[in-house]
Write a protein that binds this ligand. Structure first.
Ligand code: B12
Length: 215
């Protein structure tokens, strides 16, 4: 099978919303492909398609939940294949979470996993996270960076609120802010004064290395 065929098999498995199909496709693909490619170009591509079908009214919320569950199981299976992060924590400490009011956490969790396997110490504070929880965690672990995920236009403002609060608490200059999630853009990141925006998990690793390690 070619790489593209494996990617479409992974993506179609997510679109089918069936966990066993996703696990089967991942088992097959992991023999040939890099785990980050499987996630970005296979599973996440399928999940995006699920979003489009949902918007068109061709899939309903229970389908989306099943697809999300199947994708999460697929990513879990790949965690063992990702580099163990041998130099764990050496590259810097990152707090990562989804902002308040937003329960979407698949993409955020992928970002956490990839950052961790790249060698960062990651404190994933979960989803629907109040601003104060981000601030407290940043202080507690003396974080170098905070990652803020938002998947809805209505919750994007939560990213700005965290930045405002960091300023009010006088710690904005001690912590870099990285924003992401499908409605976020570079222009939005610039507007709210974030240090960077990343479109996907691989880019998040690249940007975090650039900002924290000058790589
Ligand atoms: C799965 C899903 C759900 C699942 C979430 C399950 C879970 N545990 O996350 C469930 C069914 C629970 C759900 C619920 C809802 N959803 Co929903 N959901 C989706 C869907 C289909 C896919 C999201 C996803 O997981 N994508 C796959 C992952 C891998 O991609 P990703 O999240 O974008 O993450 C990547 C990048 O964005 C980036 N990234 C993500 N986070 C971060 C963080 C940082 C720091 C960085 C650097 C990068 C980064 O890297 C990731 C990996 O590459 C999207 C449609 C879409 N196309 O996005 C709608 C979508 C986001 N949902 C939507 C809506 C409206 C809702 C509901 C309000 C539905 C409802 N009517 O009840 C509720 C929200 C409730 C709430 N308060 O949050 C809308 C949002 C519309 C908008 N623009 O505001 C969307 C766009 C669908 C739509 N078009 O209507 N949803």
């Amino acid at each position: 099978m070619t790489k593209d065929e494996l990617f479409s098999e992974l993506s179609n498995a997510v679109i089918s919303c069936k966990k066993d199909k996703v696990l089967e496709a991942v088992e097959k693909a992991r023999r040939e492909l890099d785990p980050s490619e499987i996630i970005d170009k296979g599973l996440a591509a399928g999940m995006n398609e699920v979003g489009i079908l949902f918007e068109k009214g061709r899939l309903f919320l229970p389908h989306v939940m099943m697809a999300a569950d199947a994708m999460t199981a697929g990513v879990k299976l790949l965690e063992d294949d990702l580099p163990a992060g041998a130099v764990k924590g050496k590259l810097g400490t990152i707090v990562n979470g989804t902002v308040e009011g937003d329960v979407h956490d698949i993409g955020k969790s992928i970002v956490s996993t990839m950052l961790q396997s790249a060698g960062f110490e990651v404190h994933d504070v979960g989803r629907d996270v109040p601003v104060q929880v981000f601030i407290d965690k940043i202080r507690e672990v003396d974080a170098d960076m905070v990652g803020l995920s938002a998947l809805m236009t209505t919750t994007l403002l939560g990213q700005k609120e965290v930045i405002t609060c960091l300023k009010e608490e006088g710690i904005r200059d001690r912590v870099k802010v990285m924003v992401g999630g499908s409605p976020a853009t570079q222009a939005w990141a610039d507007k709210i004064g974030a240090d960077c925006y990343a479109e996907n998990a691989s880019e998040a690793v690249m940007k975090a290395k650039e900002l924290l390690c000058g790589a």
